[in-house]
Design a binder for this molecule. Sequence first.
Ligand code: ZN
Length: 386
Amino acid sequence: MPTLNTVFEETLNNCKSLIPKNIYKFSQKSNDGRTKEYSISSDDFKKSLRNMYSDFNAFRNTFIKHLEGQKALISAFASTPVSFADAWNMKADQLDPYDVQALTKSGGHFQLNQIPNGMGNSGSGLYQSGYAKGLVKSFGTKITKGFRHKTGGVYEEDSLSEMGIFTYATPNNSAGMMEYRFAEQLSNGIKTPLIYIITQWFKYPVEFEKNNEWIYMTGAAKVVGNQDHPHKPIQLQLISKDEAIKHLNNLIETFRSPTEIRIRPQLPESLRLGWSYTKIKGDTSKRKALIDYACSKHMRCPGEKCNHVRFSELSSKNIHIGHRISQNWNSQNLGVVDIHHPYNLYLSCNICNISLQDRYPTEIDSLISEIGTIGDWLMDDLLEDK
Ligand SMILES: [Zn+2]
């Protein structure tokens, strides 16, 4: 089972392997529209990685706080992807109440700018006026929280595709570039995407509110894709508030686990539904695939009654699908858990299955977690080569 530490090391190594061997030269437009020449050495890139990520424990503690901050902002302010994309695609500098009413109906959420007079006093950098565009860090950290965007065609390099994939231009410095690649590699390694907050702002005149002349709209987005060069833009996909919160909860739990972790990414719906208890019970080929997998990996029953018999020593009819949280407990606590979810299912022998049936949680639950639930196997390699 991987530990967060090893995943983190792997992430850093993968980032290092993307660093060009020779000095990287390019030209890029700065905020004032002028084109500038840049050159970044291989050592610069490495140094940036070291500066940000060499102290794993320090990073982890800060990162957990950062994730909690993201969760709080997204919970309060995130719009639906549809509404956010509609507003974006208007390419308008200014909205009026009619626009806002329409966008709100499809799940848009708006707020006024948070402080009237510049930065540094209060409020989030995501929502301050007089602070045009670009990356916003979680205050006091090197971690990017999200992106500000003023619509109206000022920044041509930022785009939103019809599929809701948002491409955000790359910073011109090595630290910014490596942070993008780190975000992609880490998302891959822990099988849970990092989440960014995107804000767009519009002029919105309100009588008798002369300091509040802007309104902001917030979207949540997850990292998608894996770019192979530091300077490539990052791709983010707009997602619903619910999905963002699920990923954030997952990330927080993962980063909080002190030692060995069983990383449980959100199962795709096709697997959650397609490999639920009832689907496995009713489909002999799925049941067989699970048993073959357990046998081929020399797995043993997690129960104690059989003294952890190998599945390969049992006939197929003596292998059972158990519920970690029991069906009996579920019947008295309806709606609390998704009882037939593959992460709640495991294989055991018939003897242990009967003895564990009605108990929750059982004393062998941590062993089940170590051997892997059916959901874990699906997310590992059970479905490979099929
Ligand atoms: Zn057993």
